[in-house]
Design a protein around this ligand. Sequence first.
Ligand code: ZN
Length: 261
Amino acid sequence: MAARPIRVTVWHEFRHEKKHERVRSVYPDGMHVVMKQGIEKNLGNAVKVRTATLDEPQHGLTDEVLADTDVLTWWGHAAHGEVQDAIVDKVQQRVLEGMGLIVLHSGHYSKIFRKLMGTGCGLRWREQAEREILWCVNPGHPIADGLNDEKFELAHTEMYGELFDIPTPDELIFISWFEGGEVFRSGCTWTRGKGKVFYFRPGHETFPIYYDANVQRVLANGVKWAAPSSSTAYAGGGRNITTPLAPIASSHVVDPSLHKH
Ligand code: ZN
């Protein structure tokens, strides 16, 4: 781990707070500000956190910002379709190169998450302010570090239920139980290229979930975990190898025009 702070960009759609008084009453300055504060509270000088939002030019994700980001967190809901494909492509490329990505709550349907997963990413949901218990099923994982119990609870949440149409996670850290009977894989990790991806479920806009100390702790742990752990260049780009590593005794005569790309 480099000695310099982890450079974090907290990305937020930031539309609900502008349009709905009920959401504004929970997050007067926007969810992204509360997320930023939670990460800073847990990680202090170990992080340098900025925010970026959909309505900024290039959604706040210029080439300079992306190049200067070790971990990007993503919250979107109502305006996934407004995120420009060209920006999504750039974020994907940065993940392949090693940038960490934390996708939160309704970000399950974001373009970037679906692109990286390659599956439908659908799920079941119900908004009836149910109780949720998040059971930790991987207590040795760094993302669960510092949690005091084998589970933590949220008093009122939007239910997300299985089937969650994701590729089988590399690691499963939390499973949620909901009052209405459903269960859900609430904390999942994957790698894509050199980048680490963490999906974390909590975070509906009408409940004060990002103020919760356990949620903030997991988010901060996720930032630490997803930060690039290697400085070697991404080697996943395809290339034509014209010089063999070892002599080739005999080779087929191939029409080179067949192999032009
Ligand atoms: Zn929601």
